[in-house]
Design a protein around this ligand. Structure first.
Ligand code: SF4
Length: 162
């Protein structure tokens, strides 16, 4: 059974340990700029939301990639980027409504969540359980909707506040 990342923004303290765990796992440095997830903060509302890739069933990033550099891992369900094929056109970044794919600051190519091969460090290291890695069939539809609602609500705010 495949698993998914489930975010609980109401638990998140904004400590950003998840970003550091991610960059260490993938780049062997502690650098939020090299993390595959971003914690977005709205100071006025006092809200922090870990923005994680949704590994969408219909992955717009994959559809937008003309270089066929994006595919799905059949075991974990993660949407993966092949760095050898990526030409750095950034069409996937434009296509994703959740900010999943990010541009590597040094290579200009795409970096995105690969679920750490089935053991996502962000979920493992979050001290308050704001990111969980749970069986997809254990996530109720209501919880999925609530989680996505948070993401889209605060994405809307980000767009309005520029
Ligand atoms: S580690 Fe957990 S509490 Fe800290 S910023 Fe990330 S999701 Fe929020």
């Amino acid at each position: 059974m495949q698993k998914v990342l489930l975010v609980w923004p109401e638990k998140c303290t904004g400590c950003r340990v998840c970003e550091l765990a991610c960059s260490w796992e993938h780049e062997k440095v502690f650098s939020p700029a090299l993390s595959r997830l971003q914690v977005v903060s709205w100071k006025r509302e006092g809200v922090d939301v870990p923005m994680v890739c949704q590994q969408c069933q219909t992955a717009l990033c994959m559809e937008a990639c003309t270089a066929r550099a994006i595919s799905r891992d059949p075991e974990t369900g993660a949407v993966l980027v092949d760095g050898r094929r990526c030409i750095g056109c950034h069409m996937c970044v434009l296509a994703c409504p959740f900010g999943g794919p990010a541009i590597h600051p040094e290579t200009g190519k795409i970096m995105k969540c690969d679920l750490c091969g089935g053991n996502p460090r962000c979920a493992e290291m979050c001290p308050v359980g704001a990111i969980e890695y749970v069986r997809a069939d254990r996530v109720g539809l209501a919880r999925k909707r609530a989680s996505l609602g948070y993401l889209t609500r605060y994405l809307d705010l980000a767009v309005k506040e520029g």
